[in-house]
Write a protein that binds this ligand. Structure first.
Ligand code: G3I
Length: 542
């Protein structure tokens, strides 16, 4: 019986929201949400959701509800969550996600019925026949639970069944049951929920390669055998350092030509941390390309992002030193990637955004050295999103940042810098110049010289310090400034001339040790009194 017919018969149609809007009543406006634009294009835009922030954080709920018309449980519908012990089913997390979707007029993609990961060991230890029965029972109970609910639109029936070279993954499923478990899983799923769209899902299958071609061949074979497969999921866990996959649109199209739908199921685009404006821009381009590739193919039904805020992402836990893969930052601020997804769904860059960001605050300089300084300012606001800032000295750009702080490098020693900041948005609008600030770089230690500081000895109330200066090229003079906390006073020094200004102590060469040959070094020392306890404080060296 069709879902519509079943709903009419049960009277459920009047109370259950219809989640898929194919024909919009009104066109979306440029400033609309992601879901408004997606609905206007007949597509879904979705996010994976985690049960804990969904229950506990209103900012998380607000964005999940307002920006997305589709959600996927990040973990709550997996086998270890739904059937941790044989025939003991727990649906609290899955039901929580379904209720959220119903309340917010969203469709749910079920993830996932049969996978080699996050499947309890009791399943893995079964013999072949018992394993097949357990799979059938699991699918019947989990997919069957939501079969009468039109909010549940689709299922990942099998997940990640291929190795990278395109051979079948040598999982416990394959070892016990051979590749027949795949067709069986689809047949069991169709029996459990006749109306759900049934998908095969995998990663590294976005472009045309050996793995995606193996997937293509499998789908073609399953279709030819009459196996009920409706859809292919391209996970799309990308990384900017590995480049954008080749022929994504062509790949989507070839699956569509087999008569199945395609969806981007888990997109995130990670980067080596820390973020910067350049990496953000590359990431935004990748998001644009993926969304546009899907929009270009009629049978590509939509895009699910694997979470939306960098506050909750699997990436840093799995890839050390990588992150920032999503479209909102940890504080729920929209990133350039948000604008990219938005504008791609809206059909290009937004023509009517002529509003510039507000003027950034006056920058404050800190950690000023001979060749660098850190500037921090009050952030701008924008009607859409601030995408970055540029720092200028007159007309010369000294640096850029995605955030309201930048560390300038490559400055000239003993030079006054008067700088201002300009904010920009994705449409290219720029703010007025901030108020200027002036800082002066310190003298430094001589061209190519590196100071190495150490505490030689310490005692209650004082310590002896030493600096060894090693120079790459020859110099005839040198200077080093040590800046300590208030509690330190230098009472005696040797092999140097000392001048002090507040807590900054500048040591210049003595008459006899200014000349240091290339590769040579010279050392000076001092005694300091100090009112603290524990280890003597480390100075800022410049
Ligand atoms: O719930 C426990 C918690 O009780 C415990 O204290 C904590 C300690 O590590 O672990 C928690 O479980 C974690 C679970 O996520 C929920 O946060 C697991 O360790 C962790 O392994 C699990 O990771 C999930 C991963 O799948 C498992 O393989 C990620 O959140 C989830 O984003 C990720 O999603 C997969 C898709 O399902 C399939 N495609 C790839 C994608 C990314 O790996």
């Amino acid at each position: 019986m069709s879902r519509l017919r079943r709903a009419l018969l049960t009277g459920a149609l009047t109370v259950l929201p219809v989640a898929t809007v194919l024909l919009p009543a009104v066109p979306a406006h440029a400033s609309d949400t992601l879901r408004a634009h997606a609905e206007a294009r007949g597509k879904f835009i979705g996010t994976a959701v985690a049960t804990s922030p969904l229950a506990n954080e209103s900012a998380y709920r607000t964005i999940a509800a307002s920006e997305f018309n589709q959600i996927t449980a990040e973990n709550a519908m997996k086998w270890d969550a739904t059937e941790p012990s044989q025939n003991q089913f727990t649906f609290s997390g899955a039901d929580q996600i379904m209720a959220f979707a119903e309340a917010n007029d969203q469709q749910v993609h079920g993830h996932t019925l049969v996978w080699h990961s996050q499947t309890p060991s009791w399943v893995q230890n079964l013999g072949a026949d018992a394993m097949r029965s357990a799979m059938q029972n699991h699918i019947a109970r989990v997919a069957g639970r939501y079969a009468s609910n039109p909010v549940l639109k689709s299922w990942d029936v099998v997940n990640e069944v291929f190795e990278e070279n395109g051979s079948m993954r040598n999982s416990f499923w394959y070892q016990k049951l051979g590749d027949s478990y795949i067709a069986d899983a689809f047949r069991y799923a169709r029996a459990a929920d006749p109306d759900a769209e049934l998908c095969i899902n995998d990663y590294n299958v976005e472009g045309i390669n050996a793995k995606s071609t193996a997937m293509y061949n499998l789908v073609r074979t399953l279709k030819a055998q009459g196996v009920p497969i409706d859809c292919v999921g391209l996970q799309s866990h990308l990384a900017i350092q590995y480049g954008f996959p080749g022929q994504v649109q062509e790949n989507i199209q070839r699956f569509a030509d087999l008569g199945v739908n395609v969806r981007i199921t888990e997109i995130d685009i990670r980067m080596q941390m820390p973020r910067d404006a350049t990496k953000d821009a590359t990431q935004a381009t990748y998001y644009t390309n993926m969304v546009k590739a899907c929009l270009a193919v009629t049978r590509c039904t939509g895009i699910t992002i694997w979470g939306f805020t960098d506050k909750y992402s699997w990436v840093p836990d799995t890839f050390s030193g990588q992150g920032a893969a999503l479209i909102y930052d940890e504080n729920y601020g929209r990133k350039p990637a948000y604008t990219a997804v938005h504008d791609a769904l809206a059909g290009g860059t937004t023509p009517d955004d002529t509003t510039p960001p507000s003027t950034p605050g006056k920058p404050a300089a800190s950690a000023v050295t001979a060749t660098g300084a850190t500037l921090t300012w009050t952030a701008s606001t924008d009607n859409r999103a601030v995408t970055g800032y540029d720092v200028y000295r007159g007309a010369t750009k000294l640096g850029s940042s995605a955030t309201n702080s930048v560390t300038l490098t490559g400055l000239t020693p003993e030079t006054a810098y008067t700088v201002h900041v300009v904010a920009r948005d994705a449409a290219g609008n720029t703010s007025a110049n901030s108020e200027s600030t002036t800082f002066t770089t310190t003298a430094g230690s001589g061209t190519g010289c590196t100071p190495a500081y150490r505490v030689v000895n310490s005692w209650p109330g004082g310590f002896q310090g030493e600096v060894k200066i090693t120079c790459a090229g020859p110099v005839t003079s040198w200077r080093v400034t040590l800046t300590y906390p208030e509690s330190v006073r230098i009472t005696q020094n040797w092999s140097s001339t000392l001048s002090s200004l507040g807590t900054a102590f500048t040591f210049s060469n003595a008459a006899w040790n200014g000349s240091v040959p290339a590769g040579g070094s010279t050392t000076f020392g001092f005694i300091a009194s100090w009112t603290g306890t524990g280890a003597p404080p480390a100075p800022v060296i410049s």
